[in-house]
Ligand binder design. Structure first.
Ligand SMILES: *Cc1c(COP(=O)(O)O)cnc(C)c1O
Length: 394
């Protein structure tokens, strides 16, 4: 059976070119990037090159790039590090209700330690309310953290407008761009952000490595203290192979951005078009127009997302229900709830996220399977009440 992977928002495979670039750093170039001998210098060279590759990709200077152990760490660092550095100025932070758990839980943690957080609402498409956001700004607001694009429903946020609001009020703006890199243009000056998070495994790089862009001149507290690594801003021996992989992956992602986005958009639009035409009682979650090129998220009325996921998996098709981080629990997604999606509908939601190796044939096969699965599950569903005598037509 062919295995079909439609879960690129959860993670992507390491591309062959990236893997090849990484390999020598496990063997002959194994040195500690902090050592002052030839072995160390070889490792440093790999790390320096990667830093330049990241800088070129997001339009900043190499000394504004700090490598971390994940996107999660970079988000924790941006939020907590800003809070700790600016608490004498104020203890209020603004974020949105649909952030990744690494931002939301950093904010929740800070709330336990005397900070106040405003969680801004989103509309039914999952777009953050600019009006509410601006009204939430107070004299003691020190940080706005709102993502560039949502990982569950793919909605792209009005990041430039958010940056403008932050700037107008003298507040720092951190953007979680983990889902955006490789899918849409990510340029720190175009965005107007002070900090930006990215993670290699979302764009065909290795897992367990990310980066935080921190604008020159901006001082935030350290999250991980130790030796003097990352210009004394992040302790821990540099994961050289992973960092080298991140550098190559982001260079490739930016080089291929146009064709990659177009490839994914074609697949996504074919998928959305067929599902909406051929499967009744479905709802596309997220913005129809302002969404990541590789994301489709559907609610299927009257049935459980988990049951669809399980049957698609049996058919060799890998998708995600809710978000990968929270699946396994039967809690409805915080993103769908914030968008006002009915709880029952939320339970029947599935994220399909496409990537470079997916094909039109896979899309067609998946839609055919999905049709069968949805029909079978609805026939079994106590929720489906055969309305309008449409039994033939589910
Ligand atoms: C995956 C993801 C993260 C976390 O990155 P990790 O490297 O997996 O820790 C953060 N934010 C968003 C939007 C993500 O999709």
């Amino acid at each position: 059976m062919e295995r079909i992977y439609f879960d690129h928002a959860a993670t992507t495979p390491v591309s062959a070119e990236v893997l090849e670039k990484m390999m020598p750093y496990f063997s002959e170039n194994f040195g500690n990037a902090h050592s002052q001998h030839n072995f160390g210098r070889n490792a440093i060279k790999g790390v320096d090159d990667a830093r330049s590759q990241v800088a070129a990709a997001i339009g900043c200077r190499p000394n504004e790039v700090y490598f971390t152990g994940s996107g999660t760490e970079a988000n924790n660092w941006a939020v907590k590090g800003t809070a700790w550095a600016r608490e004498s100025k104020g203890r209020h932070i603004i974020t949105s209700k649909i952030e990744h758990p690494s931002v939301l839980n950093s904010c929740k943690w800070l709330e336990k330690h005397g900070f106040e957080v405003s969680y801004i609402s989103v509309d039914k498409d999952g777009t953050v309310s600019l009006d509410e956001l601006e009204k939430a700004v107070r004299p003691d607001t020190i940080l706005i953290s709102v993502m560039m694009a949502n990982n569950e429903v793919g909605t792209i946020q009005p990041y430039k407008e958010i940056a403008a609001i932050a700037k107008k009020h003298g507040v720092l703006y951190h953007v979680d761009a983990v889902q955006a890199v490789g899918a849409i243009k990510v340029d720190v000056n175009d965005i107007g952000c002070d900090m930006l998070t990215l993670s290699a495994h979302k764009f065909y790089g290795p897992k367990g490595v990310g980066a935080l862009y921190i604008r020159n001149g901006l001082k935030i507290e350290k999250l991980i203290v130790g030796g003097g690594q990352e210009r004394a801003m992040r302790g821990g021996t540099t994961n050289t192979p992973a960092v080298v992989g991140l550098g190559q992956a982001i260079e490739n992602a930016v080089k291929n951005l146009g064709s990659y986005a177009e490839h994914c958009r074609n697949l996504r639009d074919r998928f959305i078009g067929r599902v909406e035409k051929e499967i009744p009682y479905v709802k596309l979650n997220g913005s129809r127009t302002n969404r990541l090129p590789n994301n489709a998220n559907f609610s299927f009325e009257y049935i459980e997302g988990e049951s669809i996921l399980y049957r698609l998996d049996l058919a060799g098709i890998a998708v995600s229900s809710g978000s990968a981080c929270s699946s396994g629990s039967l809690e409805p997604s915080h993103v769908l709830l914030a968008m006002g999606v009915d709880i029952v509908l939320g339970h029947g939601s599935i994220r399909f996220s496409f990537g470079k190796d997916n094909t039109v044939e896979q899309i067609d096969y998946a839609v055919d399977k999905l049709k069968e699965i949805v029909k079978t599950l609805r026939e079994m569903s106590p929720l489906f009440n055969w309305k309008d005598g449409e039994k033939e037509n589910i």
